[in-house]
Design a protein around this ligand. Structure first.
Ligand code: NI
Length: 173
């Protein structure tokens, strides 16, 4: 497993529509493992492939909390939301690609997701709470959408402006 460098806003790959995975093969399994390693290294709950510069529909998550006896690790290719509740829930979200910023995001409280697991087998998952927010956040990444898009325009534009300025400063170093 390899820790891969993160794509940080305003990296264009974060705004692209990611391509579906054709076959879950060794390359995809390697990608999933690298993503998990990178996510853990950065202490994130989830990671989408575009966040390491790979424009493919792959996400990983580890949304276990202290109450879970076992780690809840998910590796998904081509995840798709099949159903979402009318009930919503708000949660403070952050993103490894937008370090230093957080914001309250309102999403459906419960979702049903279908996906291919690491063996290419179709699976379904029903999620609520933190996992529901996490899986929706990661699937958004595959569609070029970020949590800041749910914030007020003023707040979103401020974050984009500051991150763009920081990126310029880093390049000039
Ligand atoms: Ni994110």
């Amino acid at each position: 497993m390899t820790i891969r460098p993160l794509s940080i806003l305003p990296a264009p790959v974060l705004r692209k529509l990611a391509a579906p995975v054709k076959t879950v093969d060794d390359d995809i399994r390697q990608l999933m493992d690298d993503m998990l390693e990178t996510m853990r290294h950065e202490q994130g709950l989830g990671l989408a492939a575009p966040q390491i510069g790979v424009s493919l529909r792959v996400i990983v998550m580890d949304c276990s909390d202290d109450n879970d006896p076992e780690p809840m690790i998910w590796k998904m290719a081509n995840p798709e939301i099949m159903a979402a509740s009318d009930d919503t829930a708000s949660m403070e979200e952050g993103c490894l690609s937008i370090p230093g910023y957080r914001g309250e995001v309102t999403r459906p409280a419960e979702v049903e997701v279908k996906f291919l697991d690491e063996h290419g087998t179709e699976q379904q998952m029903r999620a609520d709470g933190l996992l529901a927010a996490c899986v929706q956040h990661e699937i958004d990444h595959l569609n070029g959408k970020l949590f800041i898009d749910y914030l007020s325009r003023i707040k979103r534009d401020m974050i984009i402006r500051k991150m763009t300025k920081d990126a310029r400063i880093d390049r000039d170093d």
